[in-house]
Design a binder for this molecule. Structure first.
Ligand SMILES: Cc1cc2nc3c(=O)[nH]c(=O)nc-3n(C[C@H](O)[C@H](O)[C@H](O)COP(=O)(O)OP(=O)(O)OC[C@H]3O[C@@H](n4cnc5c(N)ncnc54)[C@H](O)[C@@H]3O)c2cc1C
Length: 441
């Protein structure tokens, strides 16, 4: 059995009980359970929004059945524990694709809704919640509630990006995207400065459905902030024969006690990555898994960070305040922390229906750091000051440490949201950012 922890493995948290659900009817009367409860998908959230220390986790990954798939219209209805990987196995042969996908396919539909996940096509398609038609929610106070834009719209909007706090999603229905086959025509372009990145992004977003960049922020001098810009479109060649089924190599079932991620290993990796890209053809047609899910190729890669785990800090600042990105990169350069992964993307203007959703117009940067204690936390607090100065926000799905004051600044509608929180539901994240409980208590 996989442990019920978060992907970053920080903070440590121990649920008092795990209820593994196989059928919706397995859920006991939520009012009779002794502890606060929280749904759990596949634990691919980096921080503590999927954790419930001392409480009960409702493991929804066993709710994994398809209910409806119309290959003519691309409408899909499935239980909330179905993973994006399983969906792709069903829909790809019929030439359909996910409307939005994050950088891993090992997430559940329930988790994708609760964090209102985004992908490389945010500038075109918005977030996952933009494509939802309806879902059914199980609440302790109202039982089963059907939510859509037409009915129970307020609960529909609160649940999208609602961090699992508005009830247990039992199933969801959403619209897929028509494609010709599993291949992606993609191009990689090297840039030397952030200005070049912004130029590339502005010119590419019109013609490319998917754009994202990797940044080498551990180099020094004028090499700092160089990177690789990746852009792509679904290929019109069908490529149906290129079924690429390679099982991801898995790390042995133990954790490295110390972190393998340190300044020399990250610098060496970045150098190798940057130079290996130069020797590859910049134009290629590749399998979608290679394009969307490069990290899924090493199962359990989070264990490289050792027992203490790691933090991801993903923030966004409005485009016209993009100097905030440079300021944060400057803070990293001045610190002794090791930034092992840096992913940069310009979001579009499509607004999510989600009341508490993170995605909004602007520039987003995701940064990974091995957790080294106080010094890592202090650096993140310095980042918070920059993000707040520029009117930005930090992504709760990746967060394990933001203060309640920061949360209120990033999500000004949080009080309105708190009215929709199920009275029996709580998470480690929610206890941290919304204590003392507002309004109703
Ligand atoms: C390698 C990697 C790459 C990633 N890339 C991206 C990215 O590009 N974009 C992005 O947005 N995110 C990204 N993520 C984060 C990930 O997509 C989200 O954290 C996602 O929500 C995880 O889904 P999960 O099924 O594992 O849910 P969990 O992490 O287990 O839970 C997430 C939240 O969903 C709630 N939840 C789960 N199931 C239900 C349910 N049935 N009903 C109600 N609430 C529920 C939980 O309570 C929790 O609050 C990435 C993560 C990894 C590990």
């Amino acid at each position: 059995m996989t442990p019920h922890e978060s992907w970053g493995r920080y903070p440590k948290s121990q649920a008092a009980r795990i209820l593994e659900l196989a059928w919706a009817s397995d859920v006991p009367d939520l009012n009779r359970l002794p502890h606060p409860v929280l749904p759990y998908g596949k634990g691919r959230s980096y921080g503590d929004c999927c954790l419930n220390d001392g409480g009960i986790l409702l493991d929804a990954s066993g709710l994994d059945r398809f209910i409806l798939f119309d290959p003519e219209t691309g409408l899909l209805r499935c239980e909330a524990g179905v993973t994006l990987k399983t969906i792709l196995e069903l829909i790809l042969p019929a030439n359909w694709f996910l409307p939005v996908t994050p950088g891993t396919q090992f997430v559940t539909v329930g988790g994708a809704i609760a964090n209102d996940v985004h992908g490389k096509n945010h500038h075109r398609a918005g977030s996952f919640g933009c494509h939802l038609e309806r879902f059914e929610l199980l609440r302790s106070d109202r039982g089963r509630v059907l939510c859509s834009r037409e009915g129970n719209r307020d609960l529909f909007e609160a649940t999208i990006g609602g961090l699992g706090l508005t009830g247990l999603i039992l199933w969801a229905e959403f619209q897929l995207k028509r494609i010709s086959g599993p291949l992606i025509d993609c191009e990689k372009l090297r840039f030397e400065t952030l200005e070049e990145f912004f130029e590339l992004s502005a010119t590419s977003d019109k013609d490319y459905e998917y754009t994202v960049a990797w940044l080498d922020c551990m180099s020094t001098g004028n090499k700092r902030n160089r990177g690789i810009f990746l852009r792509g479109n679904h290929s019109v060649t069908s490529g149906q024969n290129s079924t690429r089924r390679r099982t991801a190599p898995t790390l042995p079932g133990f954790y490295t006690p110390g972190s393998l991620i340190n300044r020399p290993t990250v610098r060496a990796f970045n150098w190798l990555y940057l130079h290996s890209q130069l020797h590859q053809s910049t134009d290629s047609t590749i399998h979608f898994e290679k394009f969307f899910y490069p990290l899924d190729r090493i199962a359990g890669w989070n264990r490289f960070y050792g027992k203490r785990g790691f933090l991801q800090y993903q923030f966004l600042v409005p485009y016209e305040r993009r100097e905030g990105v440079t300021e944060i990169l400057d803070l990293i350069a001045m610190s002794r922390e090791v930034c092992s992964l840096t992913v940069l993307k310009v979001f579009g203007t499509t607004q999510s229906p989600g009341l508490l959703s993170f995605p909004r117009p602007g520039v987003t940067l995701a940064l990974d750091f091995p957790f080294r204690g106080e010094s890592t936390l202090i650096l993140c607090e310095q980042f918070d000051q920059v993000v707040q100065k520029h009117g930005g926000a930090v992504y709760p799905a990746k967060d394990a440490r933001m203060s309640s004051k920061s949360f209120e600044t990033y999500f000004p509608r949080w009080r309105e949201f708190s009215n929709f929180v199920d009275p029996c539901f709580e998470s480690d994240f929610w206890r941290r950012v919304a204590t003392p409980r507002p309004l109703s208590q």
